[in-house]
Design a binder for this molecule. Sequence first.
Ligand SMILES: [Zn+2]
Ligand SMILES: [Zn+2]
Length: 269
Amino acid sequence: MFWDNHMHSNFSGDSDTPPIDMIKSAKAKGLRGITFTDHLDIDYPQQYGFFDLDLENYYPTQHELALQESTEDFTILTGLEIGIQPHVVEGCYKAAKGYDYDFIIGSTHVFDRQDPYFESFWEGGNEVALLNRYYECILENIQAFTDFDSVGHLDYAFRYCKNPQIRNNTHEPYKDIVDAILEKIIQMDKALEINTAAFRKGMSNPNPAASIIKRFHDLGGKLITIGADAHVPEDIAADFDKLPSLLKECGFNEYYVYKNRKPEPYPLG
Ligand SMILES: [Zn+2]
Ligand SMILES: [Zn+2]
């Protein structure tokens, strides 16, 4: 009876799924609840697409739907996934305060004005150096914008690296900067998101990898959130069956669901 606390609907620039279809799928899969976390990426580089969010319609529509479709056994919450960039933090703060969101994920999709999702990002660059820079940007972003609850898909950029050895080694070569990020998350009393979309992108671990999750625990981290980052109904809670044993081996017995921006613990299966 899991919650899936990271998913998108057609309010996001990269999903065509009406929210009601996500809800129906989540109910059919027997989940305890879900959180919509549609994309807000202010000033996303135009050459890649459009990821602004219709904030004035998003919360009122999703919240109304949540009231209609939630039951005693199934709860729908409304959140945001904010793509942080240093020059847009003012807009991020304004958006976060605009409505009574349950949960805000702080993600880094774009850094130095490039998105690693696209091949042009990797052309001609030293992959390890680019990925080290990616971690540095995450640390800068979560210090510049702090009105979030959980850090989204920490080693996300690796998903799109073509070299499998580099793609699947997201911790060891970057230990110092990863430690600095994890320590900052703990110090700020934020959560680390465990994102299972990585499995669908051919990675052998969630984002972040198990060794990073374990390190978070060993440094004193308590708050983790989980999400499949579904953009289509069939991906809701995908690969969640892998999580209980993986997370228990990392030292966690529970995960957290944010309601009204406050964490509530749930047992891991
Ligand atoms: Zn994301
Ligand atoms: Zn997402």
